[in-house]
Design a protein around this ligand. Structure first.
Ligand code: CP
Length: 306
């Protein structure tokens, strides 16, 4: 059903299609032999115009585990973008060499633009402060595999909600699940964009905003921590003032439900103290592993191996 489809923002896949990917990813986790070599002979191009550890390496690990191969670049300075080549020409060229493209680019809308010039599927690995749909697949698979359900949950999004593209994609997608409540916890300068709030209001999703984590900690089923996105600030002073606004500590965790899950798309800077890592409710490194499973499921589906 997903063969040859691009994924630019989470709304591109129906809830049913996402559920299909979660089932597939679950089968892969339960049986590492499942789908092994199903993409033999296929090539994935990873084009990263911005830094990445998890997204790029988990896509490459996913493709290698499926028996396929990878090519690409981890920074634009090693591509002809550094000589002034347009994104459209880069994409038209890479379409000649690969079977699918995974791209991260600092410009909002770049993934959609790339898909218009590509003859092969394009998967958005983050376009500026806009969307990061495969992180959303990762986040939902993590909740589903550990909690058993993605319904009737109160999710607290904490940190940089203005520039945090993972928050924008996840909030938009969680609006599809019944009983979802969202609490947006941020300093006034980094609140969730109005267009997301308008969309949630239109869908009649319960949501509220808070400035202090302590105010809402006991209400949460999932706490989604995010880092302040230094690279999207125009002003170093503002970044320094806001970067340590929220720090999750073991003491703050004492007020949380016993089964609350702490997620973080990572990388973490200071917003979660290292002492929280040993709390069994901190699942962010398991989440990074789920990212590989769901990307295996996605690649196998888009490349027509399932
Ligand atoms: N979560 C995420 O996108 O991590 P990277 O920036 O390391 O890819």
């Amino acid at each position: 059903m997903l063969k040859n489809r691009s994924l630019i923002e989470p709304g591109d896949f129906s809830q049913e299609e996402m559920e299909g990917l979660f089932c597939l990813a679950g089968k892969i986790e339960d049986n590492p032999e499942y789908l092994r070599d199903s993409c033999r002979g296929k090539i994935l191009a990873t084009l990263f115009f911005e830094p990445s550890t998890r997204t790029r390496l988990s896509f490459e690990a996913a493709m290698l585990r499926l028996g396929g191969s990878c090519l690409g670049f981890a920074e634009p300075s090693s591509s002809s973008a550094a000589k002034g080549e347009s994104l459209a020409d880069t994409i038209r060229t890479v379409s000649c060499y690969a079977d699918a493209i995974v791209m991260r680019n600092p410009k909002e809308g770049s993934a959609l633009l790339a898909s218009r010039f590509s003859s092969i599927p394009v998967i958005n690995a983050g376009d500026g402060g806009h969307h990061h749909p495969t992180q959303t697949l990762t986040d939902l698979l993590t909740i589903r595999r550990i909690r058993g359900t993605t319904e009737n949950l109160t999710i607290g999004f904490c940190g940089d909600l203005k520039f945090g593209r993972t928050v924008h994609s996840l909030a938009k997608t969680l609006a599809r699940y019944s009983g979802t409540k969202m609490i947006f916890i941020s300093p006034p300068e980094l609140t969730i964009p109005e267009y997301i709030k308008d969309m949630l209001n239109k869908e009649k999703i319960f949501c509220r905003e808070a400035e202090r984590l302590e105010e809402v900690m006991g209400d949460l089923d999932v706490l989604y921590m995010t880092r302040v996105q230094k690279e999207r600030f125009f002003n170093e002073e503002d970044y320094i003032r806001l970067k340590d606004f929220f720090i999750l500590t073991a003491e703050k965790m004492e007020a949380a439900k016993k089964d609350m899950m702490v997620l973080h798309p990572l990388p973490r800077v200071n917003e979660i103290a290292a002492e929280v890592d040993s709390d069994e409710r901190a699942v962010y490194f398991r989440q990074a592993r789920y990212g590989m499973y769901v990307r295996m499921a996605l690649l196998a589906s888009v490349l027509g191996a399932v």
